[in-house]
Each structure stands twice: as structure tokens, then as C-alpha cells.
Design a protein around this ligand. Structure first.
Ligand code: DGY
Length: 321
């Protein structure tokens, strides 16, 4: 008999066929994200579940006595209660590597879009506001090339961002991470910096750290005060790495120039979030890894991890505590 699994997000035909070869499966067929009460019900009789960012809580695990593996089709796994999973002997897996370059591309897009005011000026043209009276200074942005980028988090994605910044835009790159990375310093000519010095010197501060208790609200009032008034914050990590109220104040008072945000403390972001009213903020709906190619690769990787976990194999990407 094949092991039973539940697929809690839409998948391609190819991935579905692959899972079907090895497992008896049921899948979420509704619109949008699966409601938690539905997930809670569906995990009761399965050995594995494939999710994307769905919260895996102690309460859910208590309902799922047969569960062996939760396979997350994402690299970040802050949605997992790792202690509860350990206690319930449930493995967690994620999809590193396959999305690194794609998320790095998005970080650069956000930086360029914010610095050169791309969405704002796109609207300006499309709304017919560009005319012979337009003053060229009204359209000015700021340079990206040959400026200084400070990267907070120097994992795989941080490295890809650093490479783009150094070799594509000839920027100076400072970085902060738990431990210095001498081999990356050697390869890319990047420089380790304490957080405060990085914030003081950078024209663009890029966040690409996992969300953990240590990085929660890593950027708050004090940190924004340390940034240059001309600097731009880019967040491709998790919304809660930034204290959003402090960010709103820093933007309102001109303590920093702008922000490019792919992530928010609450997602989907609430329509009355003041950040959405600000011209100097470029906001995206958490699309760091969202390209056709990368999302397909992530799903296949998540499916492989799932199948390995329920068929006695060793999943390749077990998350570390
Ligand atoms: C991830 O994989 O964690 C990214 O945030 C995209 O979902």
C-alpha cells in the first residue's frame, strides 16, 4: 500500500504525477491559501504533507498521529514550530539552493525600482502626466552603481546579491552575519562590518536573514536613526525582521529616503498599511522566488523531499534547528 499524503497547495501536473507514482494523495483544490481548519482536518490520517508557508503548530501536530514529514515549498521555515515538530518526531524540509539566484534578482530589482522610482514614474507616464511642462528634476532618482551596499545576512542568497552588486554595479559591499566569511571576502572583495557601522556607511541596506527570535525587529527606531538620510532599505527576508511602525516613522521624518519591500509583518498586507500610501516605498506581494522556472523547481524539490520522507528514504533538505 502506498503511503498517504496531503498536498496543501496547487501543484503542476508533472509534480502531481511524480507524487502519484509513490503515494496515495489528496490535494487542496480551493482558491488561494488553504484555510487552517481544513489543513488541520486533512493531516489527521496522512504520513506526509506538502505546504507553502502554512503554520505547523503544536495544535496541528497533535491532530496528526501518523505524520512523518512536512515538506515546505520555500526556503524560509519560520512557519514551522521546530520544537513541537521535534517533540512529535516530525521531519521538516525546505527548498534551498534552487531559488537563490531568483531571489537575488528580485533584491536588485527592488533596489533599482526604488532608487530610480520606476513604479512611480511608470504611473506618471501612463496617467498622462508627462508633458512639455514636466521639469526634469521632478523625475530624478539616485544612483545605484558605485555606491555602497550593506547586506545583512550572508547566506547563499546574500552571496548572490553581493556578486551582482560587486561585479554588475561595481558597488562597495559591506556585510554583517553571525560569523565573518573570509572565503567570500576573498572571492568578491566584500568587507565584514559590525551592524552599526554598516548602517552608517551604506546607501542601500539589504535584509536577507532568516526570521528567528534574534532577527525579529532587527531593524527598529535605533537602527533607522543610524542609517543615512539618503539611504534606501530593501527587505527580501521576512516582514517581521523590520519593526514596521518604526519604518513608517523613519520614512515620514526623512530619516531614510525610501524602502523596497517584498515582505510585510502581516501578509497579505492590509490595505490601510501606511507604507502603501508612500511614494518612496515600492511594495511587492512576496514574490522573491516567484518565477515560473524557480517555483517549478521548488515544487519538484519539495515533492522529492516529501516522497523520500514517507517511503523510508532520506530527504535531501531537512531543516536545521
Ligand atoms: C521562501 O522561499 O522562503 C521565500 O520567501 C519565497 O517564498
Amino acid at each position: 500500500m502506498k503511503p498517504k499524503v496531503y498536498i496543501a497547495r496547487p501543484i503542476s501536473k508533472q509534480v502531481e504525477e511524480y507524487i502519484g507514482e509513490h503515494c496515495d494523495y489528496k490535494k487542496w483544490q480551493g482558491e488561494g491559501a488553504i484555510p487552517l481548519d481544513v489543513l488541520m482536518e486533512e493531516v489527521k490520517n496522512v504520513e506526509g504533507v506538502l505546504v507553502q508557508h502554512a503554520p505547523i503548530t503544536n495544535e496541528l501536530l497533535d491532530q496528526a498521529p501518523h505524520l512523518k514529514i512536512v515538506s515546505n515549498s520555500a526556503v524560509g521555515y519560520d512557519s514551522f514550530d521546530l520544537a513541537a515538530m521535534k517533540q512529535h518526531r516530525v521531519l521538516g524540509t525546505h527548498t534551498p539552493f534552487v531559488l537563490d539566484e531568483t531571489v537575488a534578482d528580485l533584491a536588485m530589482s527592488l533596489m533599482l525600482a526604488t532608487a530610480r522610482r520606476v513604479p512611480e514614474l511608470n504611473n506618471f507616464v501612463k496617467q498622462g502626466k508627462w508633458n512639455t511642462q514636466t521639469k526634469s528634476q521632478e523625475l530624478f532618482g539616485i544612483d545605484v552603481h558605485h555606491t555602497t551596499m550593506g547586506i545583512i545576512g550572508m547566506g547563499r542568497i546574500g552571496e548572490k546579491i553581493a556578486r551582482r552588486a560587486r561585479f554588475g554595479f561595481e558597488m562597495d559591499v559591506l556585510y554583517n552575519s553571525r560569523t565573518p566569511k573570509p572565503e567570500l571576502e576573498e572571492t568578491y572583495g566584500i568587507v565584514y562590518s559590525e551592524l552599526e557601522a554598516l548602517l552608517k556607511k551604506s546607501d542601500f541596506v539589504v535584509l536577507i536573514v532568516p526570521l528567528t527570535p534574534e532577527t525579529h525587529h532587527l531593524m527598529g527606531e535605533k537602527q533607522f536613526a543610524q542609517m543615512k538620510n539618503t539611504a534606501i532599505l530593501i527587505n527580501c527576508a521576512r516582514g517581521a525582521v523590520v519593526d514596521e511602525s518604526a519604518l513608517v516613522r523613519a520614512l515620514e521624518t526623512g530619516e531614510i529616503r525610501g524602502a523596497g519591500l517584498d515582505v510585510f509583518e502581516q501578509e497579505p498586507v492590509l490595505t490601510d498599511n501606511p507604507l502603501l500610501q508612500m511614494e518612496q516605498v515600492v511594495a511587492l506581494p512576496h514574490i522573491g522566488s516567484a518565477t515560473e522556472q524557480t517555483r517549478a523547481a521548488m515544487l519538484m524539490k519539495a515533492a522529492e523531499n516529501l516522497v523520500a520522507g514517507v517511503t523510508g528514504g532520506v530527504p535531501e533538505n531537512v531543516v536545521k534547528e
